[in-house]
Design a protein around this ligand. Structure first.
Ligand SMILES: Cc1cc2nc3c(=O)[nH]c(=O)nc-3n(C[C@H](O)[C@H](O)[C@H](O)COP(=O)(O)O)c2cc1C
Length: 304
């Protein structure tokens, strides 16, 4: 039996529901092209700001129980330089989502406009980096600010705008509702969870920034709960992100309400073949459960 696994998010057509998450190998055109060849349905770039940023000193990424802890500090070449990479991706076979961050709503809008004019198929607003002061971290916790950023960016660009939310809030539904009312075309949930690790020999925090963000398998149940709650709160598509390692994880996210899933940390352990493995697993699942189209399973866990 043939099954359909293409999905559509705010007009973007994805050949399958897997997307490269922001910050993982998304800095150069070559890398992004290779990930498209490896089978991803869409690609998200590293978050890009108005000015170049060096990021924090090492250690910035460490492995912890069931996950990865990072505080890289949004290193990026700045949007002017990055437009060269976006232009080189003109003939990419899958949609290119450019992730942007800013320190004010004006800055988000400026960066998004430049990215969209260079050829981004969609903009993802990083409203959620948990360890860079003043960037999306604080903005992403305030529904009013989230609304303002979305509104400004929507006015500045013609392509779809996705709001990527932080789980580090009391009620993520409130933030999702603010983004949706301001015109966001989809919600990405979630970014990393604030966390830390301490070296018991030196008696000091391990990350140079002390606090960082936890990703990987450890956060999957948190991300899943966020997707489930957001799906009930808003009428726009939700993109699941956080701890997806296998096709089972992807199916779980889709049943919770995700139209697609982003894959980040797991690439470090599994390599780029993870995209095809997950897509093949979803196809086998659909056949076994007698679904004809992957869209049939989106949000199924909400049915009474
Ligand atoms: C090293 C590293 C860098 C990241 N950089 C970004 C970034 O620039 N922008 C962003 O929105 N998310 C960033 N993230 C968060 C991921 O996109 C994703 O939301 C998070 O890691 C959860 O997914 P995962 O468990 O599949 O990794 C980064 C994550 C890691 C591990």
């Amino acid at each position: 039996m043939q099954v359909q696994i293409d999905v559509e998010i705010a007009g973007l057509k994805l050949r399958n529901p897997t997307i490269l998450a922001s910050g993982i190998l998304g800095m150069t055109a070559e890398c992004l092209m290779e990930i498209a060849r490896a089978g991803a349905g869409a690609l998200t770039t590293k978050s890009i700001g108005l000015e170049p940023r060096e990021g924090y000193r090492n250690p910035t990424v460490i492995q912890v129980e069931c996950g990865v802890l990072n505080a890289v500090g949004l290193p990026n070449p700045g949007i002017q330089r990055f437009t060269e990479e976006i232009r080189r991706l003109r003939y990419l076979e899958v949609p290119l989502i450019v992730s942007v961050y800013g320190f004010s709503s004006e800055e988000y809008a400026k960066v998004a406009k430049i990215a969209a004019e260079a050829g981004a198929d969609a903009i993802e607003l990083n409203l959620s980096c948990p360890h860079v002061k003043g960037s999306g971290a604080e903005i992403g916790k305030d529904p009013r600010m989230v609304g303002l950023v979305v509104e400004r960016v929507k006015k500045a660009v013609d392509c779809p705008v996705f709001a990527k939310l932080t789980p580090n809030v009391a009620d993520i539904r409130e933030i999702a509702e603010a983004a949706a009312s301001a015109g966001a075309d989809a919600i990405t949930a979630i970014n990393t969870v604030r966390a830390m690790a301490i070296d018991i020999e030196t008696c000091r925090p391990i990350l140079a920034n002390k606090i960082g963000g936890l990703s990987g398998g450890a956060i999957k149940p948190i991300a899943l709960r966020c997707v489930y709650e957001i799906y009930e709160a808003v009428d726009i598509p939700v993109i699941g992100c956080g701890g997806v390692r296998t096709w089972r994880d992807a199916v779980e996210f889709m049943l919770a309400g995700a139209s697609a899933v982003q894959i980040g940390s797991a690439i470090a352990y599994e390599g780029l073949s993870i995209f095809k493995r997950i897509v093949n697993g979803i196809e086998d699942y659909l056949v076994r459960k007698k679904f004809r189209n992957v869209r049939e399973i989106i949000g199924l866990a909400h049915k009474e």
